[in-house]
Write a protein that binds this ligand. Structure first.
Ligand SMILES: Cc1ncc(COP(=O)(O)O)c(C=O)c1O
Length: 376
């Protein structure tokens, strides 16, 4: 089977985790702090707060901005459901903004329109608390345009950079643009800690609040225990952090391999009816996933195409989710087919191809041959 993804795990990663496990010091030690330092220096930010997963990272980021019941958060339509779920879990309401059909990222023109509409009325203007773009499949959203709109209205941006560690827009790292950035270390990402996440920020006050929220509300700066707010246990374990620090040493190598393999797919798909991912000139794409678009006519058969490829030993998958039409959001807010046409079209046509560091060019050739046969 040519697998969709295989994490790059080597003996030194295992040893790093094993050493910590054998030490008996499994939580709240030096390893998490070390992992945080490594990521901070890589992304180029002052603070990193490691947490149990990216969903926790997103949840804490919203809470750190005091997002409360009745508030509004502008968010992309096309993402893993966690991106919108965390808004609901704060009691706030997502205001969905459709995507660009070629990059799959939040469309800045639609963001400007939606923001303009909300800000034109005092009642909605006071409820707008954040903009939450996603760097979809490892490619950054147009942060130049999004930042400009955010600054115009004085609304903070939280980057959902779950899939985008190492990605850049105009040569600037994902997670260094917004007031906070959220990363995932789930096994489908370039580097993994099993489950795991991190929040990046340059803001001292937010960092302090995030550290307290992650750890039962305990003041991270007090010399004796002070519980300054209600908090969660969203901590990362020491052995995960040691594993993560070891993985970080390979990140650039893994990204280079993924980019090389993605470019090989591009060359195979050039001039084919199955479309390769679009990459704007400002973007350094890290290809957490290589997501193609099936021709319109093949979209209704996508489940069948995935099944047929599997029978031939090739694992593929859909892209991600059109969140407004998932059962919860549709029934809560009454969204209908046609409300967000770009996201809906991409949701129907996207097909993710196998991609991992040690995938061979021969196997990529087989994947594309069979894919083109199957899509006819
Ligand atoms: C865009 C996006 N945001 C958030 C998440 C949630 O990450 P985690 O699984 O680490 O909670 C994911 C997970 O894949 C994701 O793709």
């Amino acid at each position: 089977m040519i697998r969709l993804t295989i994490p790059s795990i080597e003996e030194d990663d295992l040893k790093a985790a094993r050493d910590v496990l054998q030490s008996g010091f499994l939580v709240q030690g030096a390893q998490v702090a070390e992992f945080e330092k490594t990521i901070a220096s890589y992304v180029g930010v002052k603070h990193v707060i490691a947490v149990s997963n990216c969903t926790a990272a997103l949840h804490l980021s919203l809470l750190a901005l005091d997002v409360r019941p009745g508030d509004l958060v502008l968010v992309t339509t096309y993402s893993w459901v966690a991106t919108a779920n965390v808004i609901e879990l704060c009691g706030a309401q997502p205001v969905f903004v459709d995507i660009q059909p070629d990059t799959f990222n939040m469309d800045p023109e639609l963001l400007a329109k939606t923001m303009g509409r909300l800000m034109a009325t005092a009642e909605t203007a006071r409820r707008v608390k954040a903009i939450l773009p996603v760097h979809t499949f490892g490619q950054m959203a147009d942060m130049t345009a999004i930042t400009k709109i955010a600054e115009q209205y004085g609304v903070p941006v939280i980057e959902d950079a779950a899939c985008a560690l190492g990605a850049k827009w105009e040569d600037r790292q994902a997670g260094s643009w917004g007031i906070m950035g959220c990363f995932s270390f789930h096994p489908r990402k370039a580097i993994t800690t099993g489950e795991g996440g991190a929040i990046t920020t340059n803001d001292d006050q937010l960092a302090r609040k995030l550290r307290a929220l992650r750890n039962h509300g305990l003041d991270p700066e007090a010399s004796s225990p002070e519980f300054i707010m209600p908090g969660f246990n969203y901590r990362m374990t020491e052995f995960q952090a040691a594993f993560g620090s070891s993985q970080m040493k390979k990140l650039d190598r893994i990204i280079a391999a993924r980019r090389r393999l993605a470019h090989h797919y591009d060359s195979l798909l050039e001039n084919d009816p199955v479309l390769m991912p679009a990459v704007p000139s400002q973007s350094f794409h890290v290809y957490q996933s290589y997501v193609t678009l099936l021709p319109n006519g093949a979209a209704p058969r996508r489940a069948e195409i995935i099944r047929q490829l599997k029978e031939q030993g090739i694992e593929t998958n859909i892209g991600t989710w059109h969140m407004p039409l998932t059962t919860y959001f549709r029934s809560r807010y009454g969204y209908r087919a046609g409300d967000f046409p770009a996201s809906e079209d991409v949701f129907a046509r996207a097909l993710t191809l196998p991609l991992y560091e040690n995938l061979t060019a021969e196997n990529q050739n087989i994947v594309v041959d069979r894919l083109l046969d199957t899509t006819g």
